[in-house]
Unconditional design. Structure first.
Length: 194
């Protein structure tokens, strides 16, 4: 299993900082599943409260069609408070989409999704993965999976504890997560939370 150290996370973040999908990459760094990032619609972003509701996912079925469905599990359906930097990135993305819509006029597809191409069409899951790999290569970091359990090294213990408290459940065993965290004080804190 591969996971990023904080310095690698920062390298990736710097690499994607100018990307038009920067807000989506920040959600990925925050441990969101690919399907959750790609299923997020603007009506689920509450800029006043600084929250986002995970209500749907977009996945590939048999490598051909992209479908929209419920999140992976009942626990996955949740409303999350987001840090100010992600909310700022989402505001910027919304403004940029409005500009793109004006520039293309009737050629713009108003899908309502956050993760869209310049013409408004939703980003396909396999395309998002390819883009992720290209950014990883450009940032000189290893390619990792889009799951909370491998984001431990990226996010650190504090964010992992926060994620667990708001309902996320890592797919790794709880004991395995505690072993990933090397500091004894953080291990005991994690053991209490998990």
């Amino acid at each position: 299993m591969k996971f990023w150290q904080p310095a690698e996370s920062e390298q990736f973040r710097r690499q994607v900082s100018g990307d038009r999908l920067y807000a989506c990459w920040l959600l990925t760094l925050a441990g969101w599943r690919r399907s959750e990032v790609l299923g997020l619609t603007w009506d689920r972003v509450n800029f006043d409260d600084g929250t986002v509701t995970v209500a749907a996912g977009r996945v590939v079925v048999r490598g051909r069609a992209t479908v929209i469905g419920d999140p992976k599990s009942a626990r996955s359906r949740r409303t999350l408070p987001l840090p100010a930097d992600i909310m700022t990135a989402l505001r910027t993305a919304r403004t940029n989409q409005a500009r793109e819509r004006l520039a293309l006029g009737s050629g713009y597809v108003d899908s309502g999704f956050v993760a869209v191409s310049e013409d408004g069409t939703p980003i396909r899951p396999e395309t998002y993965s390819k883009m992720f790999r290209r950014h990883c290569d450009a940032a000189a970091v290893s390619v990792i999976r889009f799951h909370l359990d491998v984001m431990v090294g990226v996010l650190g213990c504090a964010v992992l504890v926060f994620a667990i408290k708001i309902g996320a459940r890592p797919t790794r065993s709880r004991r395995g997560i505690v072993r990933l965290v090397r500091e004894p004080l953080l291990q005991s804190t994690l053991t209490e939370v998990l």
